[in-house]
Design a protein around this ligand. Structure first.
Ligand code: NAD
Length: 390
């Protein structure tokens, strides 16, 4: 079986799906690895390091023409879609709940689409494959550094002959994987850190990192399925925004990470809350997206300074800005999933053994045999065509 690693095409994307160390492991497992020329350049893995690990470095045409499985970090662009053919498989972070049309296009082409972001994360045998977690860890770490860089003062308490600087007050809103890593990193930089989340379980996690948990008096609790948060009702959201505003006004730095799977990110920091912050404050919005983020007025990929002097950074794809660490982790995740899919089948034939009755595969296999097989994605598409029909 030929497994191919492509050069990512999205602007600013510097990660690569497989690093040379993992190429070696896949070769030892009997897979042939092809690498598109320059695929690892952005993450500082030159072509010759792949060749030394046993991969064949080749051009785009040859790669798509001969590969059985295409590995990527994100998703195929238009050019790649044009090259994919029936019987091929694509494994990446395809975000099918956000863009179900891609899943449908891949299904129509007869391509098997496998998306790491559907992995059942609480399953212990899937943890080595959990790319959402590994990439969120990298992004949360970087968010704290981005905030420190933009902040005009120190994070730690500093006592010097030239005076004493008080530590920065930093609040993390949304304390899942990225938020906890941002808390840990900001604490290591010496900031005075607090955290807030709607899932009650997160209180203990925030406190175990030495940060203070902010408990809202409204007692809002929104644990959803699979360890995720559920979307808040309009009343809950209004109460949350109003109560958070008082906490936000006291902070120097805010990092927001809140997400609800398949939904637009919840708005946690309103325009009024931003306006009440002191000049020089910094907000890093990891939820920033074209649909809106966790912070009013955040623009993906840009730093906006508000009239009252608050820098609002729309932090997009932070994991790509720590490309070597992020690629190392992603490479382990994707190869663990790949080997699981292969080993589930006949070990001599080395083909992907698609079986959606398996817990892991039920989560990650989006399209197979010409159909969108993932129930939640298929439902989104069916609802959409029902709405168009009515
Ligand atoms: P995520 O990226 O989906 O969301 C980030 C955080 O935002 C979450 O903690 C969520 O509760 C929070 N959030 C959503 N809406 C909010 C709102 N309105 N106000 C405040 N906070 C809000 O989450 P994630 O980091 O991917 O983690 C989700 C869950 O999965 C966590 O419980 C995490 O511990 C769990 N998890 C478990 C495992 C495992 O068991 N191995 C692995 C990874 C993650």
């Amino acid at each position: 079986m030929k497994v191919a690693v492509v050069k990512e095409s999205a602007p600013g994307e510097r990660r690569v799906a497989l690093v040379p160390e993992t190429v070696q492991k896949l070769s030892q497992a009997g897979l042939t690895v092809l690498v598109e020329k320059g695929a690892g350049d952005g993450a500082w893995f030159p072509d010759d390091t792949y060749a030394a690990a046993g991969a064949t470095v080749t051009g785009t045409d040859d790669l798509y023409a001969t590969a059985d499985v295409i590995l990527m970090v994100t998703r195929p662009d238009e050019a790649a879609l044009g090259r994919l053919r029936t019987g091929q498989a694509v494994i990446g972070m395809l975000a099918p709940l956000i863009d179900p049309h891609l899943a449908r296009t891949l299904a129509e082409r007869g391509v098997t689409a496998i998306s790491l972001d559907g992995l059942p994360r609480t399953l212990s045998r899937a943890q080595g494959m959990d790319a959402l977690t590994s990439q969120a860890n990298v992004a949360g770490y970087k968010a704290a550094l981005v905030a420190a860089e933009a902040y005009g003062r120190f994070f730690p308490l500093l006592i010097t002959a030239a005076g004493t600087a008080r530590p920065a007050r930093l609040l993390v809103l949304g304390t899942g994987v990225a938020g906890l890593q941002a808390i840990g990193t900001a604490r290591r930089l010496g900031a005075q850190v607090s955290g807030y989340d709607v899932r009650p379980a997160s209180k203990g996690e925030v406190e175990s990192l030495g940060a203070t948990f902010i408990q809202l008096t409204s007692g809002l609790s929104a644990a959803g399925e699979g360890g995720y948060a559920r979307e808040l009702s309009a009343e809950e959201r209004d109460a949350q925004q109003a109560e958070l505003a008082a906490h936000i006004a006291r902070q120097d730095v805010i990092i927001t990470t809140a997400q609800v799977p398949g939904r637009r990110p919840p708005l946690l920091v309103t325009a009024e809350a931003v306006a009440a912050m002191a000049p020089g404050s910094v907000i890093v919005d990891m939820g920033a997206s074209p649909l809106g983020g966790n912070v009013a007025g955040s623009v993906p990929g840009e730093a906006v300074v508000t009239p009252n002097g608050v820098t609002v950074i729309g932090a997009e794809n932070l994991a790509a800005s720590v490309p070597t660490a992020a690629s190392n982790a992603y490479s382990r995740n994707i190869s663990a999933l790949l080997l699981q899919l292969v080993s589930a089948g006949d070990s001599e034939a080395r083909t992907l053994n698609i079986d959606t009755t398996d817990d892991i595969q039920a989560g990650v296999v989006v399209a197979h045999g010409g159909e969108v097989v993932h129930p939640a994605v298929a439902k989104l598409l069916a609802d959409e065509s029902a709405n168009q029909g009515s």
